[in-house]
Design a protein around this ligand. Structure first.
Ligand code: FAD
Length: 506
């Protein structure tokens, strides 16, 4: 890495998860090419939610040189093997969207086609029985996967952590990486009169923070990209009408800690349950068009198990994103660039990806190439759009007709991009192939099958092998999964045996 170019002065506005993730990554991965200053205001605070993640976060933690055990201990983290969706397709039915695959491809034909064929022949075994991640999750077991190509390498894991502790943990780490932290409220933004580029942030104290590149991590306020540059907002609420959440932590009620997040459908949205080491995070994500804030708070009080640690706190949001996340010399990361409800725990992932793309396309020396900016915006849009379609599927693919909310989402028109994907599945049991972005085959299969959307046809090659042989092979796989899971330690047992991961009891 050359150090002859002048350092690019990066100013990060905001010290929430997105701000500290950005500051740490830039300082660690661009090193001497940048100077990083982060300004945050304790008076304003952070959004303080965002507890469930995707497996990609592990790469992030590792790349920053953070020790996993220390990180888990500091953030009271647990392991996560997937999400248990309850009552989405139909009341009384549930399925797990795992961080892992279902079965194995045979003779070039994906496993789910064999499962569909056996269903046609009358087999009733859920597809989850052919996933190690699903089976382990539902048995409250956990062991890290291997990388040897065996059955034990067919799953991944993420973390569930205390969102109020993640930012401070990164803050400490960031300062060891040379990030300068400034406490203060930004009250004015200076711009170059000709180019419109941001030149400095003015603090209440009068201090000015000058920079070449500004990362807007100011949360829903979107102080730089939204307020200052006026970047347009693309509203997705017609498809994703939830616009509020009532969040409420509770005590654990059992010795077991589930290694998964639960998303349970509710009359006007859905409810999360996220088990951490020391408590359970709960929240009702709802649409204010269908239920009032008071009713939603009452609903989460009644639905959550365990003694309340705090009363419900209502957060307000809109689904959508800024038309472009990078304009002039401002790049928005996190809630300032867009928001999609946490149904698939994607927000921190979206911040992580934006940071990754920024580092790949970073304007070394401060000179921005408009082609890099366009490419960044294309990639970030692609990530958001993919997640949007996948989330809409969970609401739209339902037979529920028991409330106005479910009638609305079941009958609404969906984006063409999703309609095309659903048509491909309905006709032939096929999943659109992606080379990048979220989500891959197993995720779509989990939701389609889990919510009762079965295709009219599946791959006819599944009828070529002897049916008895296929049934035997499937039975063998199920047996191997069951015995692997039986040999795994319980989730709490694994956390306790690796005590460095456990936070001290307060
Ligand atoms: C209900 C809900 C549930 C969620 N659940 C999940 C989940 O399970 N998984 C997931 O991945 N994500 C989840 N998210 C999203 C997640 O919370 C965010 O992606 C994450 O916290 C990042 O937030 P942020 O850093 O962008 O904003 P914030 O945390 O709001 O931080 C904004 C920062 O900007 C600073 N700031 C603002 N204005 C000024 C100013 N004028 N001067 C100085 N500083 C300023 C603030 O002080 C703060 O430090 C959830 C979000 C909501 C609303």
């Amino acid at each position: 890495m050359t150090t002859s170019a002048p350092k690019t002065r990066v100013v990060v506005l905001g010290g929430g998860t997105a701000g500290w993730m950005s500051a740490c990554s830039l300082a660690k991965l661009l090193g001497p090419l940048v100077s990083v200053t982060l300004v945050e205001s304790e008076d304003i605070g952070i959004v303080g939610v965002g507890e469930a993640t995707l497996p990609h976060i592990r790469g992030f933690v590792e790349r920053l040189g953070i020790d996993e055990a220390a990180f888990m201990q500091a953030t009271h983290a647990t392991y996560k093997l997937g999400i248990d969706f309850q009552d989405f397709g139909r009341i009384g039915e549930s399925y797990v969207h795992p961080f892992g695959t279902f079965g194995e491809e045979v003779a070039g034909v994906p496993f789910h086609h064999y499962w569909l064929e056996l269903q046609r022949q009358g087999m009733t075994e859920p597809i989850g029985h052919y996933s190690l991640a699903v089976t382990a999750a539902l048995a409250n077991k956990f062991r890290p996967p291997t990388t040897d190509g065996s059955l034990n390498s067919t799953y991944g894991y993420a973390y569930q952590f205390d969102a109020t502790l993640f930012g401070p943990f990164l803050r400490e780490h960031g300062q060891t990486l040379g990030v300068e932290r400034v406490e203060g409220k930004v009250v004015e933004v200076r711009q170059d009169p000709e180019s419109g580029d941001v030149t400095a942030l003015v603090l209440e104290s009068g201090r000015e923070l000058e920079g070449d590149l500004f990362i807007d991590c100011s949360g829903f306020r979107s102080l730089l990209l939204g307020d200052t540059l006026g970047e347009e907002w693309e509203d997705w609420s017609p498809w994703l009408p939830c616009d509020r959440a009532a969040a409420m932590p509770c005590e654990h009620v059992s010795e077991e800690i589930s290694p998964f997040t639960t998303a349970a459908a509710m009359p006007a949205g859905w409810r999360w349950r996220i088990p951490l080491q020391h408590r359970i995070g709960n929240g009702y994500v709802f649409s204010s068009a269908f239920v009032s804030e008071d009713e939603a708070c009452e609903a989460i009080r009644s639905a959550a198990e365990g003694e309340r640690v705090a009363e419900p706190r209502v957060l307000r949001f809109r689904a959508g994103r800024r038309k472009a996340s990078w304009q002039k010399n401002v790049i928005a990361v996190g809630l300032s660039s867009g928001f999609l409800e946490p149904l698939e725990s994607t927000s921190i992932y979206l911040s992580q990806m934006a940071i990754t793309y920024l580092i790949e396309l970073f304007p070394i020396g401060g000179q921005i190439d408009p082609r890099d900016r366009d490419e960044f915006n294309r990639l970030v849009d692609m990530e958001y759009d993919r997640v949007r379609d996948f989330l809409i599927l969970h609401f739209h693919a339902t037979t529920r007709d028991d409330s106005e909310f479910w009638n609305h989402v079941r009958t609404m028109a969906v984006p063409d991009t999703l309609a095309e994907k659903m048509e491909l599945w309905r006709q032939a049991g096929r999943i659109e192939k992606y080379s990048d972005g979220l989500f891959y085959d197993a995720s779509w299969i989990a939701v389609y099958i889990g919510q009762g959307v079965l295709p009219e046809r599946h791959d006819p090659r599944t009828r070529l092998p002897d049916p008895a042989q296929v049934a035997r092979a499937m039975g063998g796989l199920r047996g191997r999964i069951a015995s692997e899971v039986a040999a795994m330690p319980g989730h709490r047992e694994f956390l306790t045996a690796n005590a460095r991961r456990l936070a001290p009891l307060s």
